[in-house]
Design a protein around this ligand. Structure first.
Ligand SMILES: Cc1cc2nc3c(=O)[nH]c(=O)nc-3n(C[C@H](O)[C@H](O)[C@H](O)COP(=O)(O)O)c2cc1C
Length: 349
């Protein structure tokens, strides 16, 4: 089984990089918003401050490298490059699902980035559905301890599991089990999706059992229905994945709904975010951190220089938004009316 999980992880990387698995019809929802330009910011660009605080940790930037990989040689190289970059620029980082660490502890080194990134906000990751397949809070705790993580992400991926031939599809009674993990772990538990979004109703249920933060991981970017469709050898699973390629709640819709109902919960926006202008829109909508998976995967597979170039561009884009909307820092942006909904071409017509 563990060899199978490791092979799957390498296939995911190859497919994400080389096959058409980015959402094509469904968008991240940010096209519905635009910033109001400020012609006289009354600010010195050099003093723009993009630092923030998340789950009690101070961060130099509001950016997160979303959970991706580990378990193989390729995964180890990617994790190392990402961790060095996160440490250098003060990004938060998630590591890929650690199920394989529990099942094969000798490969834990491919996930262990703490020595390279002693100061970052680091998230361990596990599929919540594993709580129905023999896992309990004890495995969650040992994962967090092995990785020296600051928080645990439990991911929810029902659509992906449906498309996987070997998918774990028993999601019954998971909510109280997630609650039990929240209760027993000495660190915060975050719940994320993997690209299909979290509705405000589901966020309410998750917060109700003690989840400390939500990462919406909405639709508009990497489609896990398509990734699993590309992996499938069985024609039914292949076709099923294609049917659901554009399934999910756009990222901006999740963030707008959750942030307006729960303005004070720590909220991560991710799923199909491809530049700092989009990240800034999500911060203005009420997100505290913005996560990116595919852009960091692509850069990490290229070089350290590509990764640094990506981060520097993202930071410059966010600072430029702050400057050109007259906001000196993120909380000023979040409390401003700098972002507005634009009417769609159909409603204008
Ligand atoms: C190669 C790859 C592996 C991933 N593995 C995981 C994982 O182990 N756990 C998880 O929660 N999400 C995983 N994801 C999902 C991402 O964290 C993210 O939610 C999703 O890709 C949407 O973000 P994006 O559009 O920026 O890629 C993975 C993504 C990629 C690209």
């Amino acid at each position: 089984m563990t060899v199978e999980i490791q092979r799957r992880k390498d296939e995911h990387i190859r497919i994400c990089l080389h096959e058409k698995v980015q959402a094509s019809q469904i968008k991240n929802g940010l096209e519905k918003y635009e910033f109001v330009h400020c012609c006289l910011p009354e600010l010195d660009y050099k003093e723009i401050d993009i630092s923030t605080t998340f789950l009690g940790h101070k961060l130099k930037t509001p950016l997160l490298i979303s959970s991706m990989t580990g378990g193989t040689e390729n995964g180890e190289l990617i994790n190392k490059r990402l961790a060095i970059t996160a440490q250098k620029y003060g990004l938060a980082m998630g590591i890929g699902s650690g199920r394989v660490i529990i099942e094969k502890p000798e490969i834990a080194h491919t996930f262990k980035v703490r020595p390279l990134a002693p100061d970052i906000l680091l998230f361990a990751n596990l599929g919540a559905v594993q709580l129905n397949y023999g896992y309990s809070w004890r495995e969650c705790l040992s994962l967090v301890e092995i990785l020296e993580a600051d928080a645990l992400i439990l991911h929810l991926n029902p659509l992906q599991e449906c498309i996987q031939q070997e998918g774990d599809t028993n999601f019954k009674h998971l909510l109280p089990k997630i609650g039990r993990v929240c209760e027993k772990l000495p660190i915060p538990v975050i719940v994320k999706e993997v690209g299909n979004g979290i509705s405000v109703e589901m966020a309410e249920k998750l917060l109700g059992v003690g989840v400390a933060a939500i990462d919406v991981a909405g639709a508009g970017g990497t489609s896990w229905a398509m990734v699993e469709s590309k992996r499938a050898t069985n024609p039914l699973q292949k076709a099923l994945g294609e049917t659901f390629a554009n399934w999910g709640i756009p990222t901006a819709d999740c963030v707008a709904a959750i942030a307006s109902k729960y303005p004070d919960i720590p909220l991560i926006a991710s799923g199909g975010i491809r530049n700092g202008l989009e990240a800034a829109k999500l911060l203005a909508l009420g997100a505290d951190l913005v996560g990116f998976a595919y852009p960091f995967l692509k850069a990490a597979m290229t070089s350290m220089e590509a990764l640094e170039g990506l981060v520097e561009l993202l930071l410059a884009e966010i600072k430029t938004v702050l400057f050109c909307t007259g906001n000196k820092d993120i909380s000023s942006l979040q409390n401003s009316s700098s972002l507005r909904l634009v009417s769609s071409p159909t409603s204008q017509g």
